[in-house]
Design a protein around this ligand. Structure first.
Ligand code: NI
Length: 259
């Protein structure tokens, strides 16, 4: 029998507090779930790089998160380059992007750091895992202008179907997580039901945003299967179909084989 794999394209499993991290990773491995862990600051790129080496089926991104843009220095790209050279399990740049929700006071710095990391990813031909909150128009504009050749993924997509289609027209992938399982998340459900499968990816963004039936509790990588189940039910297809399509998409983007 062919095994069904799921690629969880965004999981901070290294940040779990109430769940034993080794147990959470075993639970994911037992269900053929591959986990990709983003970095947030100029310092924790080292931590993430070390962390992913401890486990099978766990990969990572290096990148500086918009809210942490102030930690980005001239040395950061060099550090990222050295880590990528020495660690084959680093398969993308993330999470990078723009966040105008919490603090708009350093918008310009966020943009500058985002652009520098896009240009870096272009040079080494790596995909981008993008965090975008209340900043969709600026994010798309920057990607159109600066991104030459890296596949972009909008993680935890919370925009409208119309905006999702506009992104897809630019070749951008849409990653959906636990929010699609929330009863009142009509926009996310509409996106999940209607975007072409060729541009869909799955994630959890744990420890945040646990899907139903664990909403409000600490999220973990294995719960990505509830995301896949909800999307399958919204689209009227099988979970295997969602798992296989999104796994193929991820394998192509990250240039690896889940098996
Ligand atoms: Ni995240």
């Amino acid at each position: 029998m062919d095994k069904t794999f799921i690629i969880n394209t965004h999981s901070h499993v290294n940040m779990l507090k109430n769940t034993n991290i080794d147990d959470a990773i075993s639970a994911a491995q037992n269900e053929n779930i591959v986990t990709i862990v983003p970095s947030s600051t100029a310092d924790d790129i080292f931590e993430v790089s070390g962390f992913i080496n401890k486990y099978d089926d766990v990969y990572g991104y290096v990148g500086v998160f918009p809210e942490e843009a102030k930690t980005f220095t001239d040395k950061t790209l060099l550090d990222m380059e050295n880590l990528i050279r020495s660690n084959k399990k680093i398969i993308g740049i993330g999470e990078i992007g723009l966040d105008y929700y919490w603090d708009k006071s350093f918008k310009e710095l966020q943009k500058e750091v985002f652009i520098k990391q896009i240009e870096f990813a272009n040079q080494i031909n790596m995909p981008l895992n993008i965090h975008c909150r209340d900043a969709y128009l600026d994010t798309l504009e920057i990607l159109k202008k600066y991104n030459k050749n890296s596949t972009a993924i909008l993680h935890c997509f919370s925009g409208s179907l119309e905006f999702a289609m506009e992104c897809i027209k630019e070749g951008i992938f849409i990653a959906l997580g636990g929010v699609v399982t929330f009863k009142n998340a009509l926009k996310a459900k509409e996106v999940a039901a209607n975007i072409p499968l060729e541009y869909l990816l799955l994630e959890t963004d744990d420890p945040y945003l646990a899907p139903v039936p664990f909403r409000g509790k600490e999220n973990q990588p294995v719960y990505v299967k509830y995301v896949a189940e909800e999307i399958a039910s919204l689209r009227g297809c099988s979970v295997e179909e969602i798992a296989n399509a999104t796994t193929q998409n991820a394998e192509r983007i990250f240039n690896f084989n889940a098996e």
